[in-house]
Design a protein around this ligand. Structure first.
Ligand SMILES: Cc1cc2nc3c(=O)[nH]c(=O)nc-3n(C[C@H](O)[C@H](O)[C@H](O)COP(=O)(O)O)c2cc1C
Length: 192
């Protein structure tokens, strides 16, 4: 069993990274293999709709870090995507990664059946975290993934409030919902 956690924040060591690692810790404590990827130090070019990936050998024209992330996605049983809230949505870098995964969908729905969960952090309490979760869930739905929420606190996944790096550690609800997301993911992978 392998759980991949991706922090979509362009800021290394920030609140999103802390929450994604919190979820992965729960998974590893329960016997899962885990892999953490931060987009902060990755080069991810945006999709230009050239559709080269639609024709054999289904390769993208960009030769950047998205390729290794695709390999990790393909080998995972579950994928957790964490994101900061930027204007009530995901930051451009994460959106670029989402768009680039068109290749995986064209290639016979390579993410189909994988379990997925979302984590969102915003600087404000009502800053749009739920919209961010919805953006992540939409991406997962379009890949035929199985979306789960947070066990017991069941809403939309891990949702936290924190502005400066580390603030999230003071947000009990953010930590709680994130841990509960991980628990639900583990429960569903075992049933899957
Ligand atoms: C460009 C930009 C836009 C932001 N927009 C919002 C927003 O709409 N709502 C919100 O609650 N916080 C917003 N924030 C604050 C971040 O979501 C917050 O600082 C978060 O902790 C960043 O996560 P990180 O530490 O993982 O980078 C914004 C921050 C930036 C840089």
């Amino acid at each position: 069993m392998k759980v991949l956690g991706i922090s979509g924040s362009p800021r290394a060591g920030g609140n999103t990274e802390i929450l994604v690692k919190t979820a992965l810790n729960i998974c590893s404590q329960n016997g899962s293999d885990t892999c953490f990827i931060s987009l902060a130090d990755k080069e991810i070019n945006y999709c230009t709709a050239c559709y080269t990936c639609k024709k054999p050998p289904y390769k993208c024209v960009h030769n950047d870090d998205a390729t290794e992330i695709f390999e990790e996605m393909k080998s995972a049983d579950a994928i957790i995507i964490g994101s900061p809230t930027y204007f009530s949505s995901v930051p451009g870098k994460l959106k670029s990664l989402f768009d680039r995964t068109l290749r995986l969908r064209i290639d016979n729905y390579r993410l189909s059946g994988k379990v997925g969960g979302a984590i969102a952090v915003g600087g404000s309490r009502n800053g749009g975290q739920e919209f961010v979760c919805r953006d992540i869930h939409n991406w997962m739905l379009i890949h035929e993934m199985i979306i789960v929420s947070d066990k017991k606190t069941a809403h939309f996944g891990g949702i936290g409030v924190g502005r400066n790096p580390g603030d999230i550690l003071q947000d009990e609800t953010g930590i709680n919902t994130t841990e509960n997301l991980a628990k639900r993911i583990l429960e569903i992978i075992k049933k899957n």
